[in-house]
Write a protein that binds this ligand. Structure first.
Ligand code: PLP
Length: 372
């Protein structure tokens, strides 16, 4: 048995490694805590990229979470298939993905599919593809509020883009999307100030749209680090879109101790070699645990002083003064540093309740292409 509170695993010897394990009670607690931080489900739009799992979506739907966000067509399809009534695909649609998105919307008329755009040519391409859909696609303008990844700065060009969206027959202006991944200071006071600056920027831009008579029904804001701040922001239509909170991971748990979430998705790994004194090699290569971020890939509750000295496709090499007490074949639990890219490496997850594997879930949207 592995006992490492809050984790307990009976008979780990019988389980294959490397395996993704979901501690279901902790996952449920994270879902409840997410709803509580958001003050209810109405202003919550969690991101499905963290888990890509229809089972998790059904658990969220069962708790009344109706609005969802995703990054891929496969995730959008998984959400619709699981019965999500409101799906925002917050990723630039270009190339064949434009037509895929519209085909998906046509195939699931009971789901409202929303899109984001950050360029007029993207808006026009989406509108053109949607012209035979029979209903306009609610489209948010993606604002670059400081991260510098996607989006358009909230200035004159963004105003013109919003007007373009409002004027295109296949689209319906649906508001603003602002992801603030750059708001990540460990200090809550600094993070709060930075996230409030984002809110102020978005509100000021919305005021300009309102002055032009343009409707902005929703503002979709942020991820996990800024979640508690945006949850307390009660501007009309404001929604929060954290993702990691659902599984949570070691990075966020150590960097943001103010957040009430616990890592619920772990890895089962084994010592596959003891090449020299003070060193072990585990079956946790970067095909089993994400190589993102640089540095520690995972935390080992039973082996906290372990230092990563090598990571290749199938091997993770750790040095520690206590490495020699680990025997060959010994099973260990690992908390991924970054859970979102880690869960996407696995086709299935073993679901653990009261220390026992009770179920197996498919990582539904792990693949880029499902049916559409
Ligand atoms: C656009 C967008 N929204 C929301 C999120 C969720 O952020 P987090 O992982 O911090 O919960 C992400 C994460 O990458 C994202 O890219």
């Amino acid at each position: 048995m592995i006992e490492s509170p809050p984790y307990r695993l009976e008979e780990p010897e019988a389980l294959e490694s490397p395996s993704l394990l979901i501690f279901r009670d902790l996952l449920e607690r994270n879902l409840e805590a997410m709803i509580q931080v958001a003050g209810g489900v109405d202003r919550l739009r969690p991101h499905a990229k963290t888990h890509k799992s229809a089972d998790v979506i059904r658990m969220a739907l069962g708790r009344g979470v109706r609005k969802h966000k995703c990054a891929t067509i496969a995730e959008a399809e998984m959400l619709a298939e699981a019965g999500a009534p409101d799906v925002l695909l917050a990723y630039p649609l270009v190339g064949p993905n434009v037509a895929r998105f519209v085909r998906l919307a046509a195939a699931f008329p009971a789901t409202t599919f929303r899109a984001t755009v950050d360029a007029p040519e993207a808006a026009r391409a989406l509108a053109e593809a949607a012209c035979n859909l029979g209903r306009p696609i609610p489209t948010l303008v993606d604002l670059d509020v400081g991260m510098g990844r996607t989006g358009i700065e909230p200035g004159e060009s963004a105003l013109r883009l919003y007007e373009t969206v409002a004027g295109l027959p296949g689209l319906e202006p649906d508001g603003l999307h602002a992801y603030d991944g750059h708001v990540n200071d460990p200090d809550l006071a600094t993070r709060t100030r930075d996230a409030q600056d984002v809110e102020a920027l978005v509100l000021a831009f919305r005021d300009r749209l309102t002055a032009l008579g343009l409707p902005t029904p929703r503002l979709v804001l942020g991820g996990t680090p800024s979640f508690p701040v945006h949850a307390a922001f009660h501007a009309p239509g404001a929604e929060c879109s954290p993702g990691t909170v659902i599984y949570h991971d070691h990075n966020y748990a150590t960097k943001y101790p103010d957040l009430p979430f616990t890592p619920a998705a772990l890895l089962l790994t084994r010592v596959v070699s003891r090449p020299r004194a003070g060193r072990v090699c585990l079956d946790l290569g970067h095909k089993a645990v994400a190589a993102d971020p640089a540095g520690a890939r995972a935390f080992f509750p039973a082996f906290p002083d372990a230092r990563v000295v090598g990571h290749s496709e199938e091997h993770l090499v750790l040095d520690s003064p206590s490495a020699d007490r680990l025997r060959l074949g010994e099973p260990l639990l690992a908390i991924p540093a970054h859970v979102c890219p880690t869960s996407a490496l696995h086709r299935r997850a073993l679901v653990v309740v009261d220390g026992r594997v009770v179920d197996e879930w498919e990582i539904t949207a792990r693949d880029r292409h499902l049916r559409f």
